[in-house]
Design a protein around this ligand. Sequence first.
Ligand code: GLC
Length: 534
Amino acid sequence: MSNDTLWYKDAVFYQVYVRAFRDSNSDGHGDLRGLTQKLDYIQRLGVDCLWLMPIYPSPLKDDGYDISNFYNIAETFGTVDDFKTLIQDAHRRGIRIIMDLVLNHTSDQHPWFQASRADKNSPYRGYYVWSDTDRKYTDARIIFLDTEPSNWTWDEQAGQFYWHRFYASQPDLNYDNPAVQEEMINVARFWLDLGIDGFRADAVPYLFEREGTNCENLPETHAYLKKLRVFVDANYPGRILLCEANQWPEDVRPYFGDGDEFHMGFHFPIMPRIFMALKKGLADDMVGILNRTPSIPENCQWCIFLRNHDELTLEMVTEEERQWMWGQYAPEPRMKLNLGIRRRLAPLLDNDRRKIELAYSILFTLPGSPIVYYGDEIGMGDNIWLHDRNGVRMPMQWDAGPTSGFSEADLKSWYSPLTNDEVFGPSQVNVESQVNCPESLWHTIRHMIAIRKKYQCFGRGEFEWVDVRTNAIAAYQRKYKNEILLAIHNLGDSPVDVNTEQDAVDILSGEDLPHGTLTLAPLQYRWLLSRSDG
Ligand code: GLC
């Protein structure tokens, strides 16, 4: 494992939903041992760091983001010892692991909340945000619009309302209480002591509430997050904090502070604009958002993604853009969820290999560290008819067999059905056949990752748009030390001639390309490394 403390700037991340990955004990749920068994696969893909979605005990009202004990692992996933083994085995292969740290809320089944609601005089009463009225903080938006009528829920037992930004079963912690602030640092300590390499900090904009504000991104929130960073740096140098703040670039910028808050932050707004660009055949939306993205401190990094475990969020677009995206990518009403779209990458892109590759090429060449969502490297499908976001969290398809190599349990006890889709079912889409076929999507992705890892300009280079006189082309330069890379993508459906000024080598194909006119076929992409200085 590289001991560069800036390792995350060059890393390729892979997001794993443990329940979906591999079931080692035939109970129908993926688990930590199952994931450990599959580390060879992850290593072959070239991944540097895993992000594990929550593995804590949970009543699963929000698939584990509702935590009932921060200091243990859900039984179905295994034990703390299994987790230690996973960490060791991953580290031995040079793979790091970060996990979700859910700071904002707990499950309503958490003993803190149980004590809080049961007794006004309990020290835990002040762990949550209680009120006699539900007319406070009315400027805060509702996030789970399809299900939650309010951010306040009446609790019969407590005789008061409690505050929650997500499901009513996820009461928000009260960060005005110093005891809560300390508790959550202790939680971080527990997992860092086990050897994990950092956290994806969930839903951080909402930690504090203040009247007259939208209760997002408040100065108090930043102050607490900086304390968390001080704690991590002082005790665990080289470990990282990745920020989930679904916000506009200028509002995410403060989460990097002066390089003293988060190491990394997801770039939410670029994501839907990649999909806009692919559908319109025009780079304009991507250009617009990147041009309004402020620069970030040297020791910070964006994290970029195409899809994840949630709906494809359309929070960071205008109302008009949202309607357009829904029209294009969610033709069936059931595909919509809250302000987003519950579909996976391959079905969104019509399972068109060229579009999928083009999307990945953009992902791997834009500024930031890319993250690949499990299953998307083989182009898995979805099931929009499953509850909530479950349709994008289905079992990993390892082989063509009737159980897809995910579990030996009786199908009835599986946490989720497999897709039985003709196009996306395991007989058509699975790891085994793609690994065995050099022309597969998996090999293309693996190749892109391998090439990316040879050049630091991808992770660290400056970024500049290159004008090629047509906005059907997304062309940009990445420059780091003596590496100058031109990434060009033909988003349109006609061939385009591009004039290149320097002799280059296409580092994906190995082809030498003397300067001059280069024709890009529809949906073609190239990674051109300049030869000018050898
Ligand atoms: C984050 C997670 C999402 C979860 C929510 C509440 O947005 O990505 O899955 O439902 O936080 O914890």
